[in-house]
Design a protein around this ligand. Structure first.
Ligand code: M6R
Length: 613
């Protein structure tokens, strides 16, 4: 999705802004732009396409002296919502006078009536965007104080925004504000950076302020003053960023996705470390902040999320029901938020989100709060909106996930959900003995994953056989059913092969009609309850000529006999099996996409964090 960078300070602003935009590329975007002052006049360059193209244009078109001397400016990567990804629709947008430049993430919902009103007053627009309307509105309110003009404009808009505003009239400051779209301000030594994502900031400083909704910040090179929309000062704590520069780099891997796949033993180790209690056969998750009584009285667990996070919830569903004997449901967050769900104080709503910024999941959290449910979150990004709004929950500690396709966040989400279910189970009906068995299996996850990763060559060979396929089907049962859904999502996201995941039993209720000679079916037939039935479904596919690629348990010769080709993954507790299986499918998708020459880290049309509905 869109990305914002603002810089003011002692370094060359142009270099800092372009470097910042590069850090945001992983979020997915289709055009980019930058604005600085040239001798008191606002200079804006924008282009469809990549940041590299923007950088080339800036270096070719802007005076060399300006590249070195500019000390402040704003920049943006745009993921098109209102209007095509063209130069005119790219940000920054200017007000009517050309003296105020603005970049924006989010959606101004009432931009049409606002634009009509401004046009009636003589304003001329050069784009189809909602953002240009906001830039003009700020200009319309400007009467000598940019902060006040921004506040007045924001009072009139409906929708979501993270913005940075820069003006030739007040060149010593950037005004930043947020409502529903993250803005973080980094306070360095003689420089201040505004960004929509902390990965931009770590190269400069680790001291940050996360703006809250309706905060407006006056950002100068050596100070940050945060107020609300009515000019009342608000106190925002300075936080210390936990990430380092290295974790935002590829570290020798060809792609972030590959790096993140290989980081999983460590990421999972971080998610699990210190959270298992072997004496009690339970888990210690203090962030859940629940009393034994609340656990015992709990009636239902409802997990909400989108995409990969939703799939993690589906694995969790099996764990909560089996271990804790509690009714567990998983719901697509966008559906949940508008469905008028029936909730009460004995319902645990768990919002699952890597980024902690997904608009639909955030809205689901607010709906659950509204209805009095017990809400917690499972996020990776520390200080993200969902984590802060839920106030309780568990962080993944998987480290920054840069690749659009989620990998280490998924496996960490599953590991944490298993620990949550274990804790809940031990507070209810699970015996110590069974709890201990699962705790030991969870402890071994990093090693299980390593044993899959060392099979990279084998997985690449399997992938090579699928490079020319245009359709693929993934099947599984039990916890391997969500793993099949996730495998299909990964393949379609990055290789653009049409891929679908189905419950193995569901295939014959329709989708089997699509199978013909050579269609690849990836069958997750590891040794868990239901395996024999999956093998029966595999035979149904073979009878239609499908080519079966099996994922089976180590040493399971019987299962392997049903497959045309096969990969063996380590044996473990049935609830844990989804993790090594998912890792194998991540590597499989990665190699298929790489061999097809796809742009793996930033797949077309996709964004890392989806902050619009
Ligand atoms: O940040 P979130 O976990 O809330 O994101 C949810 C989905 O947008 C995300 O998982 C998406 O499906 C990924 N691109 C999958 O690889």
């Amino acid at each position: 999705m869109c990305g914002i960078v603002g810089y003011i300070g002692k370094q060359g602003a142009v270099g800092a802004l372009i470097k910042g935009l590069r850090k945001l590329e992983y979020r997915g975007y289709d055009s980019a732009g930058v604005a600085v002052l040239d001798g008191g006049a606002m200079l804006v360059t924008k282009t469809p396409g990549k940041v590299a193209a923007l950088s080339e244009r800036v270096r070719a078109e802007w005076p060399a002296e300006l590249l070195a001397s500019a000390r402040a400016g704003i920049a943006h990567t745009r993921w098109a919502t209102h209007g095509l990804p063209t130069q005119s629709n790219a940000h920054p947008h200017l007000d009517e006078t050309g003296r105020i430049a603005l970049v924006h993430n989010g959606i101004i919902e009432n931009y049409r009536p606002l634009r009509a009103r401004l046009e009636a007053k003589g304003h001329h627009f050069h784009s189809e965007t909602d953002t240009e309307v906001l830039a003009h509105l700020v200009g319309e309110f400007f009467s000598g104080d940019l902060f006040q003009a921004v506040c007045s404009a924001l009072h009139q808009v409906e929708g979501t925004f993270g913005i940075a505003v820069f003006s030739s009239l007040e060149p010593d400051r950037i005004i930043a504000a947020r409502r529903g779209s993250p803005i973080v301000v980094g306070m360095g030594d003689g420089e201040t950076i505004v960004a929509s994502d902390a990965s931009v900031i770590v190269a400069h400083t680790h001291r940050v302020i996360f703006l809250d909704d309706n905060d407006v910040a006056v950002v100068k090179a050596d100070s940050v003053d945060v107020r609300d929309l009515d000019n009342v000062p608000v106190n925002r704590a300075v936080a210390e960023l936990g990430m380092d520069v290295e974790s935002a780099e590829k570290g020798g891997y060809e792609h972030f996705m590959l790096k993140e796949i290989h980081e999983q033993p460590e990421a999972l180790g971080n998610a699990i470390r210190g959270r298992l209690d072997f004496a009690l056969g339970s888990a210690v998750l203090s962030g859940m902040n629940t009393s034994p009584r609340e656990l015992a009285e709990l009636k239902r667990v409802i997990m909400v999320g989108c995409g990969t996070s939703l799939h993690a919830g589906l694995v969790g569903e099996y764990a909560f029901e089996e271990l804790a004997g509690v009714n567990a449901e998983v719901e697509q967050a966008a559906e949940f938020r508008y469905r008028n769900p029936i909730l009460g104080s004995r319902d645990f709503v768990i919002a699952i989100s890597q980024s902690g910024e997904t608009a639909d999941t955030l809205a689901a959290v607010r709906e659950a709060h509204q209805k009095g449910a017990f809400v917690m979150s499972l996020c990776n990004v520390v200080g993200s909106t969902i984590a802060r709004e839920t106030g309780r929950g568990v962080y993944l500690h998987a480290g920054p996930e840069i690749s659009v396709a989620s990998t280490k966040a998924f496996t960490s989400q599953v590991a944490v959900l298993l620990m949550m279910a274990l804790k809940l189970g031990r507070g209810r009906r699970l015996s110590r003995e069974h709890g201990l068995e699962l705790a030991r299996a969870i402890e071994s996850i990093p090693e299980l994953v390593t044993r899959v990763l060392v099979q990279d060559d084998r997985i690449r060979a399997l992938a090579a056989g699928c490079v020319r396929d245009e359709h693929a089907y993934f099947i599984g049962r039990g916890p391997l059913y969500p793993a099949a859904l996730e495998g299909a999502l990964k393949l379609k996201e990055i290789s653009y092969i049409h891929a679908e995941g189905y419950h193995a039993a569901e295939l014959k209720h329709g989708p089997i009609a699509l199978l013909s000679k050579g269609t690849p079916v990836i069958a997750l037939a590891c040794d868990i309850p239901g395996k024999d039935k999956t093998l029966g479904n595999v035979e149904e596919c073979r009878a239609r000529g499908a080519r079966i690629i099996g994922v089976v348990s180590e040493g399971d010769g019987e299962a392997a006999e049903h497959m045309d080709e096969c990969l063996e993954i380590p044996r473990t507790h049935p609830l844990v099996t989804a993790i090594p299986a998912a890792v194998a499918l991540q590597l499989f998708s990665y190699h298929v996409a790489r061999l097809r020459g796809c742009e793996i880290d930033q797949p077309r049309n996709l964004a890392k964090s989806v902050t619009v509905e």
